[in-house]
Design a protein around this ligand. Structure first.
Ligand SMILES: [Zn+2]
Length: 419
């Protein structure tokens, strides 16, 4: 159980009164309190029992990691947010802030400093989720929370120092492995309050490079069907992690750095093009390679792209983007209880964020109800048919599920890490 002082405040969506409640959502009241939209005491108890049990299991792994000797010289290590211990440091810091437990911030510091000490300086991986910038940004947050501003600033410098690598022509553009993932780190620093006009110029440089590459890739296509396209591993992916929609998502997050022409003539046509590629079911294909209509998860398919169209609606206020977000979210509701696992990247806890995003956009409690049902599914063990590659990790394993369980208790602010 969390200490009693752990209570979040909840901001009511403006449209809440007109949209709430409908008879269909009667079982919603078992999960969230109608008047406040807070989780009920019994649901909070249920969630937090799992959170504590998960934290205990993860802690065993952390202890092993902290005792691990330094890797031998040619063993290249980047303990990433996605699959490594930096993701667990992020979880510990998140937990510390949610529970006001400073000890966990100190533990997060030990983890991230170990990640930094074994980091392969020669790695050219720069993204937030799988690269070095994610480790540096997480270290920045942890140092800031401990009041160590000097070290926090050192970490920011390390993020900035990655710029030449991020702009290297060999670097892909996609969120998981490339430039858009580096852009995300720069934007996150700004969101965390680290304002800097020089870094603003740097953000603009990265944005320009992403646009230029997207245009060039299209220019090679005959006939030209879209304004932007990106390749990853020689394939034109479309989803959040490795594809066009994930890059667009990051560019939309950088909206204040874009010109009106870029928004109208580059981003909007690409969003419209993606809508033409939908399967008959409405789901988004994995790539332009005739993939079967199989995947409904954050990394590929409806769960990730729903959040991108929700964001696009906020930027453009075009009803067709709202409709697309709603349609994708409906697909996640029908097909998104994945037996492959509970994780954030391609599992049920990740898919719960689709509904959080739609709830934040529309204020409709049916999305909160759906998110809660998906979260509740993660509390029922034995429903996944394979062990993830990285079972303790943030994006494939139990750390991500734990993060989502805590995030579900603050639906207005809930946000999938790295997106
Ligand atoms: Zn995945």
């Amino acid at each position: 159980m969390y200490p009693k002082k752990y209570k979040y405040t909840f901001m009511m969506p403006r449209c809440h009164k007109t949209l709430f409640p409908t008879p269909l959502e009667s079982s919603f009241i078992a999960i969230y309190v109608l008047e406040t939209l807070r989780v009920t005491d019994s649901f909070e108890h249920k969630i937090n029992e799992f959170v504590e049990a998960h934290m205990f299991i993860i802690d065993q792994e952390v202890q092993l990691f902290l005792k691990k000797p330094k890797p031998i010289q040619d063993e290249h290590t980047v303990e990433s947010i996605y699959s490594g211990m930096a993701g667990i440091a992020l979880l510990y810091n998140f937990y510390a802030n949610k529970t006001q437990n400073k000890n966990k911030t100190v533990e997060a510091k030990h983890i991230i400093e170990k990640c930094l000490s074994i980091l392969d300086e020669n790695s050219d991986s720069v993204t937030y989720l799988t690269g070095k910038s994610g480790i540096f940004v997480t270290a920045t947050e942890i140092y800031r929370d401990l009041g160590d501003i000097k070290n926090a600033k050192k970490m920011i410098e390390k993020v900035v120092d990655l710029l030449p690598l991020a702009l290297n022509q060999k670097m892909p553009d996609v969120l998981l492995y490339g430039r858009a993932g580096y852009l995300y780190s720069l934007l996150l620093l700004k969101k965390l309050g680290w304002e800097d006009p020089d870094r603003d110029k740097l953000i603009r440089k990265v944005v320009t490079s992403i646009f230029n590459n997207g245009i060039q890739t299209c220019d090679r296509d005959k006939p030209r069907r879209t304004s932007l396209m990106y390749k990853c591993h020689n394939k034109k992916y479309l989803g959040a992690a490795q594809g066009l929609s994930g890059v667009i998502h990051c560019l939309l997050l950088a909206k204040s750095y874009l010109t009106k022409n870029e928004l109208d003539d580059l981003i909007k046509p690409a969003l419209d093009y993606l809508l033409t590629l939908r399967y008959k079911s409405g789901n988004l294909p994995v790539s332009l390679c005739n993939d079967p209509d199989r995947l409904v998860q954050w990394c590929h398919g409806a769960a990730g792209v729903a959040q991108t169209y929700a964001l696009a609606y906020k930027v453009f206020l075009d009803e067709k983007y709202l409709n697309a977000a709603v349609q994708y979210a409906d697909i996640v509701w029908k097909r998104g209880l994945l037996t492959k696992g509970y994780g954030l990247c391609h599992g049920v806890s990740g898919n719960s964020y689709t509904f959080m995003s739609l709830f934040q956009l529309t204020g409709k409690t049916k999305y909160l109800y759906r998110a809660a049902r998906f979260v509740d599914w993660c509390l029922t063990t034995g429903r996944q048919n394979r062990i993830p590659d990285n079972p303790y990790s943030m994006f494939e394993g139990v750390s991500g599920v734990t993060y989502a369980l805590m995030d579900a208790q603050d639906p207005i602010a809930a946000n999938l890490p790295g997106f």
